[in-house]
Design a protein around this ligand. Structure first.
Ligand code: NAP
Length: 264
């Protein structure tokens, strides 16, 4: 299968590092013009250089804005136009005792993980439907299904994203636009390294910490290792492609077999 996204413009949120950066790189490698988004201008600039080098393209556009706020979303939307592929990758996560999660924490997780995606979808989906082609994706998580006891706010926000993908797919029915979520499993990103270190402390050698995390907290993983961000990006590129035109309203797993289910 040869995937060619030439002529398509993709917006990837949370793309200055980790899975978002891998997705932006893979989309650019397949020919798409990509727009990178995050808060730190310096990180975005570094990420744009990395995409340019890896994909052999000119430096992609970047927009610095806090997408957990209405103003940040408006600022981003003010700078982009003609988006054909929207990848709602942005997500924050932490380990926190369920009983210590405050109202402010809940609001923060809903604003950043759910409402950023909802607001961008509401703004960009109508034009995609009008042009009779588009792709909307949501980066969900195994935590949407196997909700960890210490990541309740995160898990709930990701379950909501899976539901939102299904609902927006119905909104886009028959329009040529597909809407899907990707159930990512534990993946080796800066954010995940910080998360794992927060559990086992900064002193433990990284290989030992990763091994301990996988064997004690993600022992149901069938690949028995963290996922590489590029492995998530491969699924996103496929779902963004013309070839994936009959896949919509779905939740596709790239979880290393972690979720113990025969259904997707
Ligand atoms: N890593 C995993 O194991 C894993 C597993 C399952 C699902 N996922 C999901 O995959 C997605 C990416 O995860 P990741 O591990 O790659 O994340 P990450 O390494 O923590 O990167 C987060 C990205 O989001 C940006 N960001 C954070 N807060 C923001 C805000 N308020 N407004 C705009 N940008 C913001 C960050 O840049 P700035 O800090 O500069 O803003 C950065 O580019 C998330 O949705 C996550 O839930 C991850």
């Amino acid at each position: 299968m040869k995937i060619d996204l030439t002529g398509k413009t993709a917006l990837v949120t949370g793309s200055s590092q980790g899975i978002g950066l891998a997705i932006a790189t893979a989309l650019a490698t397949s020919g798409a013009d990509v727009v990178l988004s995050g808060r730190s201008r310096d990180s975005l600039d570094d990420a744009a250089s990395a995409v340019s080098e890896a994909a052999g393209v000119r430096k992609p556009r970047t927009v610095a804005a806090d997408l957990g706020t209405k103003q940040g979303i408006a600022d981003l939307l003010g700078e982009v136009a003609g988006i054909d592929i929207l990848v709602n990758n942005l997500g924050i996560y932490e380990s926190k005792d369920a009983m210590d999660i405050t109202d402010d924490d809940w609001q923060d997780y809903l604003d950043v993980n759910l409402l950023s995606a909802v607001r961008l979808t509401r703004a960009l989906l109508p034009a995609m439907m009008q042009q009779k082609w588009g792709r909307v994706l949501y980066l969900a998580s195994d935590a949407a299904i196997a909700v960890p006891h210490d990541m309740l706010h995160y898990g709930v926000s990701k379950t909501a994203l899976v539901a939102a993908a299904r609902g927006y797919a119905k909104v886009a029915a028959g329009s040529g636009v597909t809407v899907n979520s990707v159930i990512a499993g534990p993946t080796r990103t800066d954010g995940a390294v910080r998360f794992i270190r927060s559990k086992f402390g900064p002193v433990m050698p990284w290989e030992e910490a990763e091994g301990k995390f996988m064997s004690t907290e993600r022992s149901a993983s069938l690949i028995k290792r963290l996922i590489d961000p590029a492995e998530i990006a491969n699924m996103v590129v496929y779902l963004s492609s013309p070839q994936a035109s009959a896949t919509t309203g779905g939740a596709l797993r790239v979880d290393g077999g972690y979720v113990d289910s025969i259904f997707p």
